[in-house]
Each structure stands twice: as structure tokens, then as C-alpha cells.
Design a protein around this ligand. Structure first.
Ligand SMILES: Cc1cc2nc3c(=O)[nH]c(=O)nc-3n(C[C@H](O)[C@H](O)[C@H](O)COP(=O)(O)OP(=O)(O)OC[C@H]3O[C@@H](n4cnc5c(N)ncnc54)[C@H](O)[C@@H]3O)c2cc1C
Ligand SMILES: NC(=O)c1ccc[n+]([C@@H]2O[C@H](COP(=O)([O-])OP(=O)(O)OC[C@H]3O[C@@H](n4cnc5c(N)ncnc54)[C@H](OP(=O)(O)O)[C@@H]3O)[C@@H](O)[C@H]2O)c1
Length: 439
């Protein structure tokens, strides 16, 4: 058998990780082809001042905002084999992460294999008859953003196109009556334009909470409207909590689920993002893709009907870079044949069993792809099956400590610095200059 040809869609963190590991196995794999629709690597970490579309009409990909700091410390966030610079604090700016990804790309000589300004328009399986029986190759049809089409065939495709670019816009009856500005966090960049304005922030995920704090500091009057139990941490006086917005009246006022009504100048939807793969035909792949769901995926990674197609980082509430690192190594072991997959039927049954298990635990369908504390068993399973080292226990321990700090002090926890001592222990490096419960 010749060397395997692999296409990678996207040069964000996931795509770079895929390319780095393919390049490290030259005996088994041909040089990868990485398609990237922008002119840079980094994906969502490449901060774009502009919102909406690029000059070429394509939508801006990045959802990054100017003052964002990471919500994972660098010790947890890093690719396990590639530390961040030691002089950086634990919680990083987006510039720090972008530079890290550029360094990762350079250190592993990935750039020559990236086709920049190239949009993947179609990825489709082509059935082939071989001496061993049926096989699948993949046709990747791409378009240069400055013109020109190309079709190339591959043995495998890694989908690394991200899933935090296409806003999920809830349907709220009467929305057309709202008199102020409606926008999604995807297009939020900085708080200054909202100073002294009344802003209803809908959704209390990471974006909703973090942006509410930013707006409050910029002297906006914020209503954090959400469907979760009231937050337990103390909020600054500029932030009030409210039930979710359920309707907009004809006069433009907002109705909340508890019957209260309010006016606002801005409705900022921090309502998350939708999975979106415009270059795939899910039905042909035996997949169901909805705004919150991609299924069935065996080990949250591959469609049982097409086990040479890999979706990296579909899960949410994970440590993305370590997650990619584990998934890529498992996927390459599958392609190399060192991991033998079960039959399509068995993989489908396992994916279905996993879905049923979550439903029986009371997990809502829209949250079935959230992993959180289940991610460690998942990494261990991939690592044991494919024969690589899983993230060290200290990563789980520090992740859980940071989650506790985030829940207790969502504004202050990013000032703390940590140090990894060994495979099982971390250490608090220095106390923040202001006591963290006073911030
Ligand atoms: C606001 C925000 C804050 C976050 N904060 C953190 C954090 O603190 N810590 C953390 O670990 N993670 C964080 N994340 C998660 C973040 O998404 C991951 O860290 C990681 O960047 C995901 O990488 P990715 O490669 O999967 O996707 P992306 O970074 O989205 O990269 C996808 C790439 O694919 C390209 N692409 C898409 N479609 C095509 C196509 N058709 N053809 C060619 N190229 C295509 C895009 O241009 C892009 O470069 C945050 C996410 C957001 C949105
Ligand atoms: N580094 C940072 O500080 C930082 C900052 C921002 C974002 N991020 C990352 O970016 C990613 C996306 O985060 P996100 O917060 O944008 O999306 P998210 O995690 O999907 O959160 C969206 C929230 O909106 C809620 N929601 C959706 N529709 C609603 C409605 N109609 N009414 C009320 N609430 C509604 C959702 O509730 P349901 O789930 O119940 O529908 C959910 O809580 C995550 O990985 C996150 O960690 C990181």
C-alpha cells in the first residue's frame, strides 16, 4: 500500500494539530494538504476588528473580542507536547494564543502545506472497487478566493473547520418590532460603543457572562437574561439578572419569561453557535447535523458509515487543544491500521448506546455533545486503544480547580497564576495583587 493522502479542512488549532502529526509519520502518510479559506492560521484566535464579511464576500470566521482572556490556564490549554512561553501568565490574551499557534506551525514546518485563501466547497466520498473489495476515496473540491477551482482526491479527510463561527439565533416572536440594535456575540468586539446604554444580554454561557462584565465596566446598564438558576457569585450593581426574553411587543419592549417587561437599546444575543458544514452532504454520510448536534459519530469522531472521515473537536466543554491532540493520534492509528475499528453496525450501536446513556442521565438533547468531567475517561480510552500517552492527571486536577474558581469568582479567577509541579501536582504561583474576592 502507498502512503496515505490526507486532506485537512481548516488551519485553526485542530487543523494544525492534524497536519503536525501527519507530518511526523512520513512512512505512512503523504504530505498533507491543508485548505484554509483565510490568509492566515489560527482560526478563531486571529482577532478580526471587522465584522460581517471580508472584501471577498466571505463571512468573517473569528468570534474573538478585543479584551478576551482565556478561560483555561495555559498549563491546561496547551498541546501536551508544546508548552506556551514560560514568561506568560496562566490566563492569556488572544494575541498570546495566536502567537503560540504561529510558533506551533513554524516549529513543525506546516506552512508549506497550507493552501491559503482557498475555500473547500465540497467533500464527497467516491466508491471504488479494489482487489480487496469496496473502498472509499474522497474528492475535495476547492475554490481560490481570488479565482480558480481545483479537485483533488484523498484517502482520508479531517474536518477541522470549527463550530464557533455561525451564530445560533433563537426565534423570538415579534423580534422585528425591536427598536434598538440586535446583534450576536460573534460580532461583538469591545465594550466602548455600549457605554451608558441599556443592554439586554441573552444567554449566560461563557460569552454572556464575560461580555456582561466588560459592558458593566464600560458603564453600560446590563440585564443578563438567561434560563439557568440565578448566578451565585456577586454581580456588580450595573448587572441585573432576568428570566429569558420570550417575546418582543409591537412597541419594541421585551417580555421576559416571568412576565416582567423592559425596554432596551441593545439586545445582545450570546446564544451560542451552530454546527455548519456547507461542503458536506450529511444524508449521504449517514449523519444528522442540526444546530446543536452531529450524530452518529463513533467515539465523537467518525461517522460509522465512512470511517476515513474525521471530525475534530465536535464536543463542547472540553480542553480543545489536548482534545485535538488525542483525537488526531487515534484517527491516524485507525488509518495506519494499528487500531482496528469494529463493523459499521457495532459502531452505530455504540454511538446510539452513548446517546441513550446521556438521555437516561437527564442530559437534554441540545447538551449531548458537552463532555466536561467525562472528557478524561474519553482521552484515556482513545490513548489506551491507540497506544499513546493521555493527558497527565495534573491537567484534570488543575482543570477542576479552575472550574471551581470560575464558578466562585468569574471576574477574578483569571488573575491567578499556576505552575505544573509534576504529573500529578500543580502549584499556585503567586497571589493576585488585589485579593481575588475583592475584585
Ligand atoms: C470567543 C471564544 C473564546 C474561546 N476561548 C477559549 C479559551 O479560552 N480556551 C480554549 O482552549 N478554547 C477557547 N475557545 C474554543 C476555540 O474554539 C478553540 O480553542 C479552538 O480555537 C478551535 O479550533 P478549531 O481549529 O477547531 O476551529 P477554528 O479556530 O474555528 O478554525 C477553523 C478554521 O477552518 C477554516 N475554515 C472553515 N471553513 C472552511 C472551508 N470551507 N474551507 C477552508 N477553510 C475553512 C476557518 O477559516 C478557520 O481558520 C474559544 C472560542 C471562542 C469562540
Ligand atoms: N475565554 C473566555 O473567557 C470565553 C469567552 C466567551 C466564549 N468562550 C468560549 O466560546 C465558546 C462558545 O461560548 P458561548 O457562551 O458563546 O456559547 P454557549 O456556551 O453555547 O452558550 C450559549 C448560552 O446561550 C443560552 N441560550 C441559547 N438560546 C437561548 C434563549 N433563547 N434564551 C436564553 N438562553 C439561551 C444557552 O442555554 P442552553 O444551553 O440552555 O440553550 C447557553 O447557556 C465556548 O467554548 C466558550 O468556552 C470563552
Amino acid at each position: 500500500m502507498g502512503r496515505l493522502r490526507v486532506a485537512v479542512v481548516g488551519a485553526g488549532a485542530a487543523g494544525l494539530c492534524a497536519a503536525r502529526h501527519i507530518l511526523s509519520r512520513p512512512r505512512e502518510f503523504d504530505l498533507p494538504v491543508v485548505y484554509e479559506l483565510t490568509d492566515h492560521v489560527g482560526g478563531t484566535w486571529f482577532y478580526e476588528e471587522r465584522v460581517g464579511t471580508y472584501d471577498n464576500g466571505l463571512p468573517v470566521q473569528s468570534s474573538m473580542y478585543r479584551n478576551l482572556r482565556t478561560n483555561l490556564p495555559k498549563e491546561v490549554m496547551m498541546f501536551p507536547d508544546f508548552p506556551f512561553d514560560s514568561h506568560l501568565p496562566s490566563f492569556l490574551s488572544h494575541q498570546d494564543v495566536q502567537q503560540y499557534l504561529e510558533r506551533y506551525c513554524k516549529s513543525h514546518a506546516i506552512t508549506p502545506h497550507i493552501k491559503f485563501n482557498t475555500v473547500v466547497e465540497e467533500v464527497k466520498p467516491i466508491s471504488m472497487e479494489t482487489e480487496e473489495g469496496g473502498a472509499v476515496t474522497w474528492e475535495v473540491i476547492s475554490r481560490g478566493t481570488y479565482g480558480g477551482h481545483s479537485t483533488q482526491t484523498f484517502d482520508s479527510v479531517f474536518i477541522c473547520s470549527g463550530h464557533y463561527s455561525v451564530p445560533h439565533l433563537p426565534s423570538i416572536p415579534g423580534m422585528e418590532h425591536f427598536k434598538g440594535k440586535v446583534m450576536h456575540s460573534h460580532s461583538y468586539r469591545c465594550p466602548e460603543p455600549f457605554a451608558h446604554q441599556s443592554v439586554v444580554v441573552l444567554g449566560a454561557g461563557a460569552s454572556g457572562v464575560d461580555i456582561s462584565f466588560e459592558l458593566a465596566q464600560a458603564k453600560a446598564k446590563v440585564t443578563l437574561s438567561h434560563n439557568k438558576p440565578a448566578v451565585q457569585f456577586s454581580l456588580p450593581p450595573q448587572i441585573q439578572q432576568a428570566a429569558p426574553v420570550v417575546k418582543v411587543f409591537e412597541d419594541g419592549s421585551l417580555l421576559f419569561q416571568d412576565g416582567s417587561v423592559a425596554q432596551a437599546q441593545v439586545l445582545l444575543l450570546c446564544t451560542g453557535y451552530s454546527y455548519h458544514f456547507p461542503f458536506l452532504c450529511p444524508k449521504q454520510l449517514g449523519l444528522e447535523v442540526e444546530h446543536h448536534l452531529v450524530a452518529p459519530l463513533y467515539k465523537y469522531l467518525l461517522p460509522p458509515a465512512f470511517p476515513s472521515l474525521f471530525f475534530l473537536g465536535i464536543c463542547k466543554v472540553i480542553c480543545p487543544f489536548p482534545h485535538f491532540h488525542c483525537q488526531v493520534q487515534f484517527a491516524l492509528a485507525v488509518l495506519e491500521g494499528t487500531v482496528q475499528l469494529p463493523s459499521r453496525e457495532v459502531m452505530e450501536e455504540e454511538a446510539e448506546r452513548e446517546r441513550t446513556r446521556k438521555t437516561q442521565m437527564g442530559v437534554q438533547a441540545k447538551h449531548c455533545l458537552k463532555m466536561d468531567s467525562e472528557q478524561w475517561v474519553y482521552y484515556q480510552d482513545l490513548a489506551t486503544t491507540a497506544g499513546f500517552s493521555p493527558p497527565q492527571p495534573v491537567i484534570q486536577s488543575l482543570y477542576e480547580e479552575v472550574r471551581r474558581q470560575r464558578q466562585a469568582k468569574p471576574q477574578a479567577y483569571k488573575q491567578i497564576n499556576y505552575r505544573l509541579v509534576d504529573a500529578t501536582q500543580w502549584q499556585l504561583l503567586e497571589a493576585p495583587s488585589v485579593p481575588i474576592d475583592k475584585v
